[in-house]
Design a protein around this ligand. Sequence first.
Ligand code: NAI
Length: 409
Amino acid sequence: MKRTSYNKSQMKVVLLEGIHPNAKNMFEADGYTHVECYEKALPPEQLATVLKNARFIGIRSRTQLTEQILEAAPNLLAIGCFCIGTNQVDLEAAEKRGVPVFNAPFANTRSVAELVVAEMVMLMRGIPEKNAAAHRHQWLKSAANAYEVRGKTVAIIGYGHIGSQVGVLAEALGMRVRFFDIANKLALGNAVRCQSFEEAVNGAEIVTFHVPATPETRHMVNAETLAMMKPGVAIINASRGHVIDVAALVDALKSGHVRGAAIDVFPKEPTSNQEPFESPLCEFDNVLLTPHIGGSTQEAQANIGIEVAEKLIAYSNTGTTTGAVNFPQVGLPQQENAFRILHIHHNQPGVLSQINELFSKRDINIVGQYLQTSKHIGYVVTDIDRQSDESILHDLKAVPGTIRARILY
Ligand code: NAI
């Protein structure tokens, strides 16, 4: 382990909103022993106070890190969103302050895929409507319209992290897997890549959506695309609410063209568990409705705790920003026999040459240097051949355009 120029045990880490204890354990195991945990989000004034001398903050979806709050956190080095989304953080304000923001985009992939596979089985057997009837004391014992999934075809629209996992699991159940993706994706197992949406859905018994929210995916499921599908198709959407034109799905459910659906995401979702859920789909017994919990499992939370803490620790120890959502991406291992300095600056000409002049004036040799820029900022990691004193930090901070500079080791 390298000797660091800072004392990890004095670097305050604040973890809010009941973040999984894995995160605290990861920090402590790496020597960051000043970890403050809070079960809930904090009101803005208390948040500002707590953040005053914090070096890292971990949040989930309820904490809003606005420009004003970031202003009150001058010592903050990085932000960890222990969830998927990052729109609760003013990303540009963080970037301009030289603060990278990390999240865990794929820690719940498996959870979503498992739910989708279970829903395929439920829909092909007509379980949602049989279950609803049983709750009303009705006994629908019948094999009519109930099928095994073995040998059936599933069309996966969007073959990314989740879509490809769904494909692997579906194949293990003996299903035929087809997919359509706008990117050239490697087909896993016996999955068949289709050249068009229409080709993928043609004849499939189940169509499941795993695409991001883009203008192209808005209302991908509409009257026209539903008509391309086999009568009696089952539809699953655990991606984004706007992928389905709900009115068109309602018509197709009423006509029986769609045998049933499993929907986890909606164009308009309640913002809390106290708010009522409203959807035209509520009236259908053959639609399995879930409250956007595709990725919500204990395993996913545990994975998120590890993944985001790892990213924050890697940034703190080595300057690595791989996976940051608002920052130039630099991924570096620790270098033996070298000393590392980080410099974050406004993206303007001439900064790098001024930095290097400071090293050459001191007769310091650069053994490795990595510069990445984004629209607003430049991030340069420099490995030098000998440890320099704090005066270089003073000079680096004085280079015009500097946002912050830090000696790592
Ligand atoms: P990903 O980025 O790994 O995969 C998305 C795939 O969709 C990519 O391969 C991309 O090329 C493809 N794609 C984009 N536009 C397309 C189009 N017009 N037609 C066909 N393919 C297209 O994303 P990941 O992690 O698999 O997530 C998929 C979706 O699931 C996202 O919308 C995400 O927000 C959602 N999600 C939902 C959760 C839940 O709780 N229900 C939890 C996690 C993710």
